[in-house]
Ligand binder design. Structure first.
Ligand code: DX5
Ligand code: ZN
Length: 228
């Protein structure tokens, strides 16, 4: 099992104070998880490359862009230029996922496939060795602050088994409804990167919430046999 990592989603930050919100938790986290939505693939709109760039300017934490858009290949270069290190897309939006993977790699970024709760692991199996991350959705994509879908847990376990049994390099990341009270469940299922949006940016004390999750991940690392 690779290192356990924490990735706050900024979806529920106060965007009027984006720099401060990002800098407040940056010392305690491994990634920022940036949810780009287009109003087509999901019934919501968020932000694009200029916000990615603003987060980039605010901190040195690596940025993982989660694309919930119909045309992911068209934005890889702009997102890479804005500072994305990783770009993940939902493969069911396109008839040609391999060309999207190619455009992300050509842009100089690491690649991820996101797995919607209603989609199985077929795409992950097909492109496994090209992936740096498999993003297991534990809510229906579209909004922060939704309830964790426990029924996805067996699929997280299956994703971890697939990655390990094939000796693939991909991280297994979980996304949606994860907070201090269910982080054990997803890590024990095989996740090694944990996204938390409203579990950190809860309108109260974001650094304290990030630190609570960080220390729980450190405790869990000793029980799940994390590699150094
Ligand atoms: C949902 C997004 C998630 C979400 C996580 O479409 O992909 O990243 O913002 O936020 P919480 O942790 O509040 O579910
Ligand atoms: Zn996300």
């Amino acid at each position: 099992m690779p290192r356990l990592q924490l990735a706050p989603s900024i979806l529920t930050v106060d965007f009027g104070r984006l720099t401060e919100e990002v800098q407040a938790v940056a010392p305690h986290v491994d990634w920022f998880h940036l949810d780009v939505m287009d109003g087509h693939y999901v019934p919501n709109l968020t932000f694009g490359p200029s916000t990615v760039e603003a987060v980039r300017r605010a901190c040195d934490v690596p940025l993982h862009v989660h694309l919930m858009i119909d045309n992911p290949g068209e934005f890889a270069a702009a997102l890479a230029a804005a500072g994305a290190k990783r770009i993940t897309f939902h493969p069911e939006v396109t008839s040609d996922p391999s060309s999207v993977i190619e455009s992300i790699v050509e842009a100089g970024c690491e690649v991820g496939i996101a797995v919607h709760p209603d989609v199985d692991l077929e795409f992950v199996g097909k492109y496994l060795f090209e992936l740096d991350v498999v993003l297991m959705m534990t809510v229906r994509p579209g909004f922060g602050g939704q309830k964790f879908m426990g029924e996805v847990v067996p699929k997280i376990e299956a994703a971890r088994r697939l990655v390990d049994s094939e000796g693939a390099r991909a991280d297994v990341e979980v996304d949606g409804g994860i907070k201090i009270d269910n982080v054990d469940l997803v890590v024990n299922a095989g996740a090694n990167i944990v996204v938390s949006g409203s579990g950190i940016y809860d309108g109260m004390d974001a650094p304290a919430a990030a630190l609570r999750l960080r220390s729980r991940l450190e405790e869990l690392a000793s029980t799940v046999g994390e590699a150094s």
